[in-house]
Design a protein around this ligand. Structure first.
Ligand code: PGA
Length: 261
């Protein structure tokens, strides 16, 4: 795992955008995995800026989002489809038909989950997957206890996750759905490259557990320790409880120039 501790979230976002832009350069039809939540917003702002100022071209890009609430239509202001339209898709030149978010209104949820896996497979898999991390250690909506081999499926959200996400709902926690469709840990582990972002003091403890603790289904993000190409992009606050904090900085400072894309 490569751990890059930056002074600010904006700097982490720039580094993440560099990795994504490089992937787009070497493969214009790259398949990106995208995430929602507060964390990736600065990354999306940076990608939008590069589209505007540097003509970064998303025309060939395909995307798959990690998850969606069950019961919210795509035009609901709190649906993840709506989030993606507002925070990224409406502001870059991606082809709408190449953007995929699970359908939380699907009549047959199991079939929707299976079809989602097939769609990912049909385009050759995900090249670069953006991830956040929940304060309970979830990646996507794989809550503690999720099988580390799990695939796209229905999950029941924990009370903690519903509390964390209540801030996005006008009516508070009562409006937060109880179920979601989420890519599984196994689905995520098949992505060729993973970029996990975390910012702020509130994420420091779980980042330390995920990166340096034992691998366990109780901290689904710890499964990333078994992936061969993961970059953990944190700000100082989120990286503050890492035991090897200084070593990670030393590695990054001494990274050969040819490895810095
Ligand atoms: P956040 O959520 O970015 O809003 O903190 C992260 C997550 O739950 O994965």
């Amino acid at each position: 795992m490569e751990v890059i501790i930056s002074p600010t979230p904006e700097e982490s976002a720039r580094l993440g955008a560099d990795i994504i832009a490089y992937a787009m350069k070497i493969k214009p039809n790259v398949v990106l995995g995208l995430a929602t939540g507060g964390t990736p917003v600065c990354l999306y702002d940076e990608l939008i800026r590069r589209r505007r100022d540097e003509q970064l071209d998303f025309a060939g890009v395909t995307s798959f989002n990690l998850d969606e609430y069950i019961g919210l239509p795509g035009d609901h202001p709190c649906s993840y489809r709506h989030f993606m339209q507002e925070h990224l898709f409406n502001k870059i030149n991606m082809k709408p038909e190449r953007t995929h978010v699970p359908d939380g209104m699907a009549v047959n949820i199991d079939q929707e989950c299976l079809a989602y896996e097939h769609k990912i497979h049909a385009v050759g898999g995900i090249d670069v997957q953006v991830l956040g991390i929940g304060t309970d250690g979830h990646i996507a909506f794989n809550e503690p206890g999720s099988s580390l081999g799990s695939r796209t499926r229905i999950k029941t959200l924990t009370q903690k996750t519903r509390e964390d996400n209540a801030r996005f709902f006008e009516g508070g926690i009562d409006e937060v759905p109880r179920h979601c469709i989420t890519m599984g840990v196994g689905t995520i582990m098949e992505c060729r490259k993973l970029l996990l972002f975390a910012f702020g003091e509130g994420k420091a403890e779980i980042i330390a557990k995920a990166v340096e603790g034992p691998m366990t289904a109780m901290v689904p993000a710890s499964a990333l320790q078994m992936h061969q190409d993961v970059v953990i992009l944190v700000d100082e606050a989120a990286g503050s409880k890492l035991k090897l904090h200084d070593y990670y900085n030393h590695i990054y400072a001494n990274k050969p120039a040819w490895q810095k894309s």
